[in-house]
Design a protein around this ligand. Structure first.
Ligand SMILES: [Zn+2]
Ligand SMILES: [Zn+2]
Length: 133
């Protein structure tokens, strides 16, 4: 698999770059979805009167034709692209998972499996420092 890498933050809904422990590395991103109605705009979070993005809005809107989708609908139809170096076995791989956070050790995270060693690798909202033993 060869993922299309982002070239511009403006084309992304989500982007993160993390390191896990000493050797694990993750880059994850989601491309904006093209509007299924007009095929011209991309689905964006709505903005308020002052043009500020409403980050907490539960819907996305196409600025070209005003087509709306709920966050759930949109998130069901896009994929989270991940490039990683596994913190457990050092394998370098790429994968795609649904853009849905799951419960992981009491927090919400995108969770994927290393293709090589099958360990679960979480992308938490904010990476907590792993406790040193
Ligand atoms: Zn549209
Ligand atoms: Zn691994």
């Amino acid at each position: 698999m060869s993922l299309k890498e982002p070239t511009n933050m403006n084309e992304l809904l989500y982007f993160t770059r993390r390191t896990i422990d000493e050797k694990g590395k993750i880059m994850a991103w989601v491309f904006k979805k093209q509007c299924p109605e007009c095929k011209k705009g991309t689905m964006e979070k709505p903005t308020d009167d002052k043009g500020k993005t409403k980050i907490r809005a539960k819907e996305y809107v196409c600025p070209e034709c005003n087509h709306k989708e709920t966050s759930d609908e949109l998130e069901d139809s896009v994929k989270l692209n991940i490039k990683y170096t596994c913190p457990f076995c050092g394998f370098e791989g790429e994968t795609q998972i649904p853009y849905k956070r799951k419960s992981y050790k009491g927090t919400k995270a995108f969770v994927f499996l290393c293709e090589k060693c099958n360990e679960k690798i979480p992308i938490t909202k904010k990476m907590k420092r792993m406790k040193k033993k």
